[in-house]
Design a protein around this ligand. Structure first.
Ligand code: PBG
Length: 338
């Protein structure tokens, strides 16, 4: 026995966490969570027209694409092994109205895009959102009457929109507008229309967050939105209420649950996974993406390292997958085997 051992043992009591960290091979051996391409869902923005690839100022590296260009991008995503995309339209201002009526048009931009993707890239899942915000002149997710976002009428409308999206070939309907009773109503409407195999990914806990800013630029609702969404999204202060809200979605038949935004709400991801055991996804939203990109562009952080760290954090928090604007970038890195 020498003095050094004595000193070390006195300090550590033989428990040395660093043994497992000492080399790359030990670290690989004990690594608990891994990010794979199978964890990724890629959100994309569609614009009308052809041959259009429009950079979004507030989201460096993300573009709005016309359907033809989006088809090429979605092919690339499928080739990289990304299991699914989530689509969001930026429709012409002239088509937006008080009730979001264009959401019901069988040939609206989002349904045209779905048809094109299912035809050209049949092996990638298409997830569509039924919230009305891309279709309303006021940028709210539901129908606005006398200053109120009316619940039941909105649920009726989005249930019909969901059937239209399923008719176009959508694989999963993802309602993001937080109306009460929507999951049950959409399930019923889908079943009645023969769409038993179309799933529902509930934006189960969507918070009234400041992180959605760049998205609103992407779909052109930023300048339109009057007021805020606090009467239908969840207060960022409330975790238990979020779990209660998700419980209703589970009861009403959701197949998958989503937490949105992502990183500031990892506690909710964990609690939801524990509470329900359903597949849980996090939406790493636009503001989260842009924060990383902005800091990296300034040289303040290593963008790639931070990107991978944020995505791994979702896995550690119990998520089965992540909706992320980083999806393509990450899939390319993972394909290189790093
Ligand atoms: C609204 C909707 C939002 C996002 C997707 N659908 C939030 C909002 O505009 O209030 C945000 C996505 C993102 O920030 O990446 N139904």
């Amino acid at each position: 026995m020498n003095d050094r051992t004595n000193l070390g043992d006195r300090i550590t009591g033989h428990r040395r966490m660093r043994r497992n960290r000492k080399a790359d091979w030990t670290r690989r051996l004990v690594q608990e969570n891994r990010l794979t391409v199978d964890d990724l869902i890629w959100p994309i923005f569609i614009v009308p027209g052809t041959n259009i690839v429009q950079p979004i100022d507030a989201m460096p590296g993300v573009n709005r694409m016309s359907i033809d260009k989006a088809v090429e991008a979605v092919k690339e995503a499928a080739d990289l092994g990304i299991p699914a995309i989530a689509t969001f339209p930026n429709i012409d201002l002239s088509l937006r109205d008080e009730t979001g009526s264009n959401s019901l048009a069988a040939d609206n931009l989002i349904n045209q895009a779905t048809r094109a993707f299912k035809k050209a890239v049949p092996n990638i899942g298409v997830i569509t959102d039924v919230a009305l915000d891309p279709f309303t002149s006021h940028g709210h997710d539901g129908i606005l009457r006398n200053g109120e976002i009316v619940n039941d009428e909105t649920v009726e409308m989005i249930s019909r929109a969901a059937v239209g999206q399923a008719d176009a070939g959508a694989d999963i309907i993802a309602p993001s507008e937080m109306m009460d009773g929507r999951i049950g109503a959409i399930r019923q409407a889908l079943d009645a229309a023969g769409h038993q195999n179309v799933g529902i990914m509930a934006y189960a806990t969507k918070f009234a967050s400041g992180f959605y800013g760049p998205y609103r630029e992407a779909i052109g609702t930023g300048g339109l939105l009057k007021g805020d969404k606090k009467t239908y999204y969840i207060d960022p202060a409330n975790g238990t209420e979020a779990i209660r809200d998700a419980a209703l979605d589970v009861e009403e038949g959701a197949d998958m649950l989503m937490v949105k935004p992502g990183l500031p709400y990892l506690d909710i991801c964990w609690r939801m996974k524990e509470a329900f055991g359903l597949p849980v996804f996090a939406y790493q939203v636009s503001g989260e993406y842009s924060q990383v990109k902005a800091a990296a562009a300034n040289g303040w952080i290593d963008g790639e390292k931070v990107m991978l760290e944020t995505l791994l954090a979702f896995k550690r928090a119990g998520c089965d997958g992540i909706l992320s604007y980083f999806a393509i970038e990450v899939a390319k890195i993972l394909a290189k085997g790093r």
